[in-house]
Design a protein around this ligand. Structure first.
Ligand code: ATP
Ligand code: MG
Ligand code: MG
Ligand code: MG
Length: 469
């Protein structure tokens, strides 16, 4: 069996053999894009190369980029533990052409890697193209010999990539793997497409047009290629399992979590172990890249992910902080490919432990309140936003943790009510500032903090009020 580490290597070596420069993953905090919370795709570190603002000494590149999708436009946090294919942290394998090769070579390389190099069964692969992209459809027919029934034309934005309102854009073509009819789901474009039977493994973006103000204004002088393939998804396919959480990396992390909690990942315990394993990866990698838990911006996303995992550890009956004790298993799995993990291991362990000690002080009281508030609620009921806010404000329960806690019982949370309780409290705090006679700069700071949010380097000693998030 090829391990996930082998598969990463194999992808990078394949594209290196086709003249691509091997580029290290960039850190998760984007250095060139203040609008983005975390790097969420392989192309992000190359944005300025695609637009021509920046030149590199290569025109083709390949990487395995660390990605986090736990906020903003791509938020997969709520999927984790419940779908077979979503993580908060994952690696995106990619090959890129900066004005070098275009559609034909991109499709040829993708198909050759999948079906020759890796020998995947062709009959289980199908592709989508943007509905007007006849060129891509023809190329898939010519290169892969796919019939029209396995080249699905999609008319939605899902198959048209843009960088915002301005800059390069173009159609995409996604490759799907059919895991078999014993799994619920339908092909892309069908009503059952959200199921987990047909899993998207690779997205090829053909940067072809120039956009200005949301309108296509012409062809790009240099057409480019950006592709992204989820390492964990392709590992599942190549290791003959359906579920990402059954690949070697996750099995080993889940085994460590089973070992420390003494609880097997079976039945309704499965989701908890998966959430723990997934969140261990995202929180550890974020810490290794310099994000620290805090109350705003990136630091708060990190804290939310940690606390969500910590509730699941509690659910499994862990009597003491658990997360930091799993870090050695993660370093053993991924430390070779990502040496920053080993370098930051002590910091990661100390931070996770400190956060878990702190959160556990209020966790059981918060859960008690949650039980009381929802004790007589039936499936389909909604928890009042004010209660969710009290859990947040007094017990340090991030909103999504409360949502996650009620999900197995089919109870939802009134998000609007939560937001308005939050807004009220902020307004009250602001009024208190005003009345306090403090210098105006305090108020300006308050506004900036609220607007910008990002406070990743608040210092290792940043503390939070007891129970406050
Ligand atoms: P999906 O439709 O399954 O959510 P996507 O279209 O949002 O995927 P892309 O933005 O096209 O994904 O990202 C490129 C590739 O990265 C996908 O084809 C998939 O293999 C992988 N990927 C995307 N999101 C995740 C995730 N949350 N966890 C693991 N892999 C992912
Ligand atoms: Mg998605
Ligand atoms: Mg998709
Ligand atoms: Mg996609």
């Amino acid at each position: 069996m090829q391990t996930t580490n082998d598969i990463r290597r194999s992808f990078l070596d394949y594209f290196a053999s086709k003249g691509h420069a091997q580029v290290q993953s960039a850190p998760l905090v984007p250095y060139n894009d203040p609008t983005l919370m975390f790097v969420n795709a392989g192309m992000v570190p190359f944005k300025n190369v695609f637009t021509g603002q920046e030149k590199r000494d290569y025109t083709r590149a390949t990487s395995s980029q660390k990605c986090v999708r736990a906020g903003g436009k791509h938020n997969d946090l709520d999927n984790v533990g419940y779908t077979a294919r979503h993580h908060t942290f994952f690696e995106m394998l990619g090959n890129f052409s900066f004005g070098d090769y275009f559609k034909e070579e991109a499709i040829l390389n993708a198909w050759t890697l999948l079906t020759k190099e890796w020998a995947l069964p062709q009959e289980k692969l199908l592709v989508t193209v943007y509905h007007t992209d006849d060129e891509a459809a023809e190329l898939w027919k010519k290169i892969a010999g796919l019939g029209d029934d396995r080249i699905i034309r999609i008319p939605t934005k899902d198959n048209f990539w843009t960088m915002g309102d301005d800059g390069p854009c173009g159609p995409c073509s996604e490759v799907f793997f059919d895991h078999g009819d014993h799994i619920w789901g339908g092909p892309p474009g069908s009503p059952e497409e959200d199921g987990d039977r047909f899993i998207e493994i690779w997205n090829l973006v053909f940067m072809q047009f120039e956009q200005a103000g949301g309108e296509i204004v012409g062809n790009l002088p240099n057409q480019s290629i950006d592709t992204g393939m989820g390492l964990e998804r392709i590992s599942a396919v190549m290791q003959g399992v359906h579920d990402n959480y059954d690949i070697d990396t996750f099995r080993n992390l889940i085994a460590a979590s089973e070992g420390l909690t003494g609880v097997k990942a079976e039945g309704d315990r499965t989701a908890s172990h998966r959430v723990i394993a997934d969140h261990l990866r995202s929180t550890s990698f974020l810490l290794a890249d310099g994000v620290l838990p805090s109350n705003e911006g990136r630091g708060y996303v990190l804290r939310r992910i940690m606390r969500r995992a910590m509730r699941h550890a509690h659910l499994l009956g862990a009597k003491d902080p658990l997360m930091h004790r799993l870090v050695p298993a993660l370093v053993a799995e991924m430390g070779q490919a990502f040496p920053e993990l080993g370098r930051a291991q002590a910091l990661i362990e100390e931070t996770l432990e400190r956060e878990e000690v702190q959160f556990r002080r209020t966790l059981s009281n918060g859960l008690k309140l949650l039980d009381e508030a929802t004790g007589d609620m039936a499936e389909g009921a909604t928890l009042a936003g004010e209660t969710a806010f009290k859990l947040y404000d007094t017990y340090g329960f991030p909103y999504d943790l409360t949502v996650d806690a009620l999900r197995p019982r089919g109870i939802s949370v009134d998000e609007e009510g939560f937001q308005s309780a939050m807004a009220q409290q902020k307004a009250a705090a602001r009024a208190a500032w005003k009345g306090s006679g403090q210098a105006a700069d305090a108020e300006i700071w308050y506004d900036i903090a609220e607007r910008e949010g990002a406070t990743e380097f608040t210092g290792y000693t940043a503390t939070t009020g007891e129970g406050r998030v």
